[in-house]
Design a protein around this ligand. Structure first.
Ligand code: PXP
Length: 240
């Protein structure tokens, strides 16, 4: 069964627009779980423009499902991981100034760096997933880096889905099959939505997890958070 992890960064973005504590990010995390999400994802960036490090500390004891922390593994991020010890860490290669993650790791070029970082994450007792541009080489080298999972960067899938959905999913299916044969778990994320999620998951039924933020939180404006989470779960063929 593919698990739904809700990325709650957007809720922090709304809160930060006015300062104060509304909407309450920790409360939102608890509610996402209550409404059926099987995980919570946060992406604290160095400038804390979305999720703050203090949010991560506040959320950790409140949630009972999988806690996934994404980010670029600089020293302060790694120290946060060693303190919080989430279930999963997703390594993202984004520089501090980008608006959102817009590329995955080249795991061949960064093998030695990723090796060192992943060893440290494993030492803290966390599973480690690497956000990758979807291709076979990155998948093979993810194993060399010591990763437990890959997260396939699905922005190209979302972009091509509207033109030709069969063609759009093909490279992702090939990569996922290789990952599965190598014993890697498989996550996916970026620009997944109510429009394109079911096709992706029906074609890659052995996907472990999808991490969804922007579209899900935007849909919640119209349908409400509870309905929206249920709608996404139904796209994943889960009875709600
Ligand atoms: N996965 C990773 C690694 C990301 O950086 C993001 C965006 O923060 C997502 C998934 C979720 O993407 P979206 O907000 O487009 O659903």
């Amino acid at each position: 069964m593919t698990q739904l992890s809700v990325n709650i960064n957007k809720i922090a973005t709304i809160r930060n627009a006015r300062g104060g504590k509304y909407p309450d990010v920790a409360e939102a995390a608890k509610n996402c779980e209550r409404f059926g999400a099987q995980g919570i994802t946060v992406h604290p960036r160095p400038d804390e423009r979305h999720i703050r490090y203090s949010d991560v500390h506040e959320i950790k004891p409140l949630i009972t499902t999988e806690f996934n922390i994404e980010g670029y593994p600089n020293e302060s991020f790694l120290q946060l991981i060693e303190t919080i010890k989430p279930h999963q860490v997703t390594l993202v290669p984004d520089p501090p100034d980008v608006l959102t993650s817009n590329a995955g790791w080249d795991t061949k070029a960064n093998q030695s760096f990723l090796n060192t970082v992943i060893a440290r994450i494993h030492e803290a007792g966390c599973r480690c997933s690497i956000f990758v541009d979807t291709n076979l080489i990155n998948t093979e080298y993810a194993i060399q880096c010591g990763a437990d999972r890959i997260e396939m960067y699905t922005e190209p899938y979302a972009e091509n889905f509207v033109k030709d959905k069969k063609l759009a999913v093909k490279p992702f299916l090939e990569t996922a099959k290789l990952a599965q044969s190598l014993g890697l778990g498989i996550n996916a994320g970026h620009d997944l939505s109510l429009e394109n999620l079911a096709w992706f998951c029906d074609n890659i039924p052995f996907l472990d997890e999808v991490s969804i933020g922007h579209a899900l939180i935007s849909d919640a404006l119209y349908y409400g958070l509870e309905n929206t989470i249920q709608m996404y779960l139904r796209q994943l063929n889960q009875k709600t």
